[in-house]
Design a protein around this ligand. Structure first.
Ligand SMILES: C[S@@+](CC[C@H](N)C(=O)[O-])C[C@H]1O[C@@H](n2cnc3c(N)ncnc32)[C@H](O)[C@@H]1O
Length: 213
């Protein structure tokens, strides 16, 4: 499995199929092999921007095998983290992760197609890496996901920088800000892969904002 295959998905069903066959080796063949530093960068960004007292629950969108949750749980040991993903095989990997003290990294793992009907829930914050990208989740879905976080809650969402403008994420965030739904997004680019990766230089834009309405 390589990055070209990951970027060739077009529909939620393609994602389900791809990640079903990739889940067992994803950590070795993708995270390790590509020096994938993005989950750590997102978790650190969250920890720097979001006050501990502001959040007790967070939802990890497209949690996959749980890389983002693992780093976040290390930084915020008592934070309750739930993970949503379309792939039961990826969720099964995330379910094996433990915090220091042996409690699970994720309190709840939910199999859901995030482009379809959403469960009713209200988190204090949302975090995501690697899921707003080629053929995965687009700007309309991001806007629909605003409802999963309470008014005043936080979003720290990574979006592939190549798509930030071309797929309309920047425009969607501007419309949401102009219409009073969210605070003005603070956008910062980060490396997706480390310097030893053949893909070093690919960037993600981390958008940080709050729900205001
Ligand atoms: C590249 S992986 C990123 C996983 C993890 N966040 C990480 O950084 O390692 C993208 C994840 O998005 C999930 N995904 C893709 N389409 C989805 C959809 N429509 N609904 C929910 N999850 C989806 C995939 O199953 C996969 O686990």
């Amino acid at each position: 499995m390589d990055l070209d295959e990951a970027y060739s998905v077009k529909t939620p069903q393609d994602s389900k199929k791809l990640y079903a066959s990739w889940a067992a080796t994803y950590n070795e063949t993708f995270i390790k092999a590509n020096d994938y530093v993005y989950p750590l960068a997102i978790a650190q960004h969250f920890d720097e921007r979001v006050a501990t007292a502001d959040v007790s629950t967070v939802i990890d969108i497209g949690c996959g095998t749980g890389a983002v949750g693992s780093f976040l749980a290390n930084l915020r040991p008592v934070l309750c983290i739930d993970g949503f993903d379309i792939s039961p095989e990826m969720l099964a990997e995330a379910a094996t992760l433990r915090r220091i003290g042996n409690s699970p990294v994720y309190a709840r793992l939910v199999e859901v197609d995030l482009t379809a009907e959403l469960p009713l829930c209200e988190y204090d914050a949302m975090i995501s890496a690697g899921t707003f990208t080629h053929g995965h989740l687009g700007p309309d879905t991001l806007m629909n996901l605003l409802q999963l976080v309470r008014i005043g809650g936080w979003f720290v969402v990574g979006i592939n920088s190549k798509h930030f403008v071309s797929q309309g994420f920047g425009d969607a965030l501007k419309v949401a800000f102009d219409s009073g739904k969210i605070s003005e997004p603070e956008c910062q680019d980060t490396q997706i892969y480390g310097p030893t990766s053949p893909h070093f230089g690919d960037l993600a834009t981390i958008a940080t904002f709050r729900r205001t309405n």
